[in-house]
Ligand binder design. Structure first.
Ligand SMILES: [Zn+2]
Length: 66
């Protein structure tokens, strides 16, 4: 796997490949957090995620119910 695809350094790293990797990693973590909140019916987390607008809570909810 080419080095450019892996983020192995700190969050202050400014290489474009690392910034992309950091963003994808955070998006994935946020998605998992919301999916867990959906499963556990953690309304306060879902409300927060909804108000931030970073993730589509309704889409995750629909997927988890499918
Ligand atoms: Zn880096």
């Amino acid at each position: 796997m080419p080095h450019d695809n892996i983020h192995t350094c700190s969050y202050s790293c400014e290489r474009p490949a690392c910034i992309r990797a950091q963003r994808d990693e955070l998006a994935q973590r946020l998605f998992e957090l919301v999916a867990e909140a959906v499963a556990a019916e953690r309304q306060e987390i879902l409300k927060l995620a909804d108000s931030l607008g970073y993730v589509d809570v309704d889409a995750i909810r629909a997927r988890s119910e499918a």
